[in-house]
Design a protein around this ligand. Structure first.
Ligand code: AMP
Length: 281
């Protein structure tokens, strides 16, 4: 496992690998790695000759300075965890390496980024698109791995690839959860023990909603989810939307042939967590 800090070094190494017909799998992360990230790494190692993992906290995707400042960082521990897999290159660039000058590109994702995360975190997906494009340009992956936990992000990245006509396959990996159901997230580290315990109500409510969807009208279920989560004094729902998986637009009744997902963002104290479930109608 080689640690690379300079994009030109990684580019040259990748060029050599490609010359030798190696397939490149890529897992972009912001570090503070947990088993969710590592499930992506494991899949990439199984499916590709070469696996590249990047660790870069991308400042331009944070809409709140405080969130960026508090974001957990532990590179030595991350590297120890990655040693357990057949990772070839870990790319850990500095901010100036990624942004020698500000990148002011503006992407147009139509309606896709006007809802949910895009609506509540202004500029977030533009920042994600900027860094993903830069990273893809350096790593030139055949396959890139993303987590279903960031459901809207996957749809937006697929749209980015379509817009830029890149030849990258996107593979979405399932959400890895704690034993009590809480979706793994680097931000879970920021929860107090009390907040952590109460945060499990988020996924519990989503799972219960999955089983209730045949008995309740959609809007009734939507309100039930919001009220149940907000009934806990540690939790405050920012949004809960039931959306169609392609357009990401909220739907208002169950009569659709589209696959529907329930997506939630909840503030647990000062920590903002997201999660989602699929509705099998
Ligand atoms: P992040 O470091 O938060 O930017 O996440 C890097 C990648 O790991 C993204 O594609 C996330 O969707 C994915 N990821 C984060 N948490 C989980 C999880 N609990 N299960 C599966 N994938 C995850």
């Amino acid at each position: 496992m080689r640690i690379i800090e300079k994009k030109q070094d990684l580019k040259s190494l990748i060029e050599k690998e490609k010359y030798n017909d190696k397939t490149i799998g890529f897992v972009p992360t912001m570090g503070a790695l947990h088993l969710g990230h590592l499930s992506l790494v494991k899949t990439s190692c199984e499916k590709n000759d070469i696996t590249v993992v990047s660790i870069f906290i991308n400042p331009v995707q944070f809409n709140r300075k405080e969130d960026l400042r508090k974001y957990p960082r532990d590179i030595p521990e991350d590297l120890k965890k990655l040693e357990n897999y057949k990772v070839d290159y870990v790319f850990i660039p500095s901010e100036t390496e990624m942004y020698p000058q500000p990148d002011t590109t503006k992407y147009d994702f139509g309606k896709l980024d006007k809802v949910m995360e895009g609506k509540y975190r202004e500029g977030h997906f533009n920042g994600v698109a900027i860094v993903v494009r830069k990273l893809f340009d350096i790593v030139q992956p055949d396959i890139a791995y993303f987590g279903q936990k960031d459901f809207q992000q996957v749809v937006i990245i697929k749209d980015l690839i379509r817009q830029l006509q890149l030849k990258v396959e996107i593979v979405t990996c399932p959400i890895i959860r704690e034993e009590d159901g809480l979706a793994l997230s680097s931000r879970n580290l920021l929860l107090t023990p009390e907040e952590r315990e109460n945060a499990s109500l988020i996924s519990k409510t989503l799972f219960e909603a999955q089983s209730k969807c045949k008995q309740m009208q959609l809007e009734e279920l939507r309100n039930w989810v919001i009220n149940t989560i907000n009934g806990n004094p540690f939790l405050l729902t920012e949004y809960f939307e039931i959306v169609d998986e392609d357009s990401l637009q909220p739907v208002h009744d169950w009569t659709t042939d589209k696959q529907l997902y329930g997506c939630v963002a909840v503030n647990v104290g000062n920590v903002r967590l997201i999660d989602n479930v699929k509705f099998n109608l």
